[in-house]
Design a protein around this ligand. Structure first.
Ligand code: CO
Length: 212
C-alpha cells in the first residue's frame, strides 16, 4: 500500500472506531457545529490543533497560516474571525505560536525571500516594535524564542483590534483572547497569560470600534 492509499485505509478505521465509541458521532456532527474555541495557529505540520488540545471534531474552529499571523488586510483570517465570533459565538480565541517556527526564523534573516517578503514583514515589524528588548538578548536561540512569544502577543493585539471582537465582547463578555506557545520538542502548551482586558483598554484609545 502506498502512503497515499494508506490515508483512505486510516480514514475507514477512524470512522469505525468513532462509531464503536459513539454510534451517533457523525449524525450529531452533521446537524451543525458549536465550537467553543477559535484556534489561530501556524501551518507547521507538527502543530495539529485538535490533537494537542485533546478535543474532538466540532470543538475547535481552526485557521492556520505561516507563523500564525492575523493581518488586517488578509480577507481569509478576517473572515474566519468574523464568522467564528459573529456567527458561531466562540468563547475563546487562541493565537498559538510554536518554538522552532520556520516563518519566524526566516523573518530574523535580513534577506530578500521573494514572495514571502510581504508576509514575513509582519514578523519583522514585530521585531521592530520590540527591538530594544530583543537586541538586549545576547543568545540567539533565546532571542528567537522571545520573538516567537512577542509575535503571538502582537497577533492577539491584532485580533483585539477587530470590530467584531470588541462589539461582541462588550455585549456578551466573550470572546476572551489568549496567547499560547506550543513546544514541539516536548509537546507542551504554555499559556502566555496575555492581559486581554488591559490590552483592550489600551488599544481602545486608538482602535475603539465598539461605539456605534
Ligand atoms: Co511555524
Amino acid at each position: 500500500m502506498t502512503r497515499y492509499q494508506e490515508v483512505f485505509e486510516n480514514n475507514r478505521k477512524w470512522v469505525e472506531e468513532n462509531l464503536k465509541r459513539d454510534p451517533d458521532f457523525f449524525k450529531r456532527l452533521a446537524t451543525g457545529q458549536e465550537p467553543d474555541f477559535l484556534f489561530i495557529g501556524c501551518a507547521d505540520s507538527r502543530v495539529p490543533a485538535n490533537e494537542i488540545m485533546g478535543l474532538d471534531p466540532g470543538d475547535i474552529f481552526v485557521h492556520r497560516n505561516v507563523a500564525n499571523l492575523v493581518v488586517n488586510t488578509d480577507i481569509n483570517a478576517q473572515s474566519v474571525i468574523e464568522y467564528a465570533v459573529g456567527h458561531l459565538n466562540v468563547d475563546h480565541i487562541v493565537v498559538c505560536g510554536h518554538y522552532g517556527c520556520g516563518g519566524v526564523a526566516a523573518a530574523m534573516q535580513p534577506a530578500d525571500l521573494g514572495l514571502l517578503n510581504g508576509w514575513l514583514r509582519e514578523i519583522r515589524d514585530v521585531y521592530r516594535l520590540h527591538q530594544d528588548e530583543l537586541d538586549a538578548i545576547p543568545d540567539e536561540d533565546t532571542r528567537y524564542k522571545r520573538l516567537i512569544e512577542l509575535n503571538v502577543r502582537e497577533q492577539c493585539v491584532n485580533v483585539i483590534k477587530t470590530a467584531v471582537v470588541q462589539k461582541t465582547y462588550f455585549k456578551t463578555g466573550h470572546p476572551i483572547v489568549h496567547g499560547w506557545v506550543y513546544d514541539i520538542a516536548n509537546g507542551l502548551l504554555r499559556d502566555l497569560e496575555i492581559p486581554f482586558e488591559d490590552i483592550l483598554a489600551e488599544i481602545r484609545k486608538i482602535y475603539d470600534l465598539e461605539a456605534p
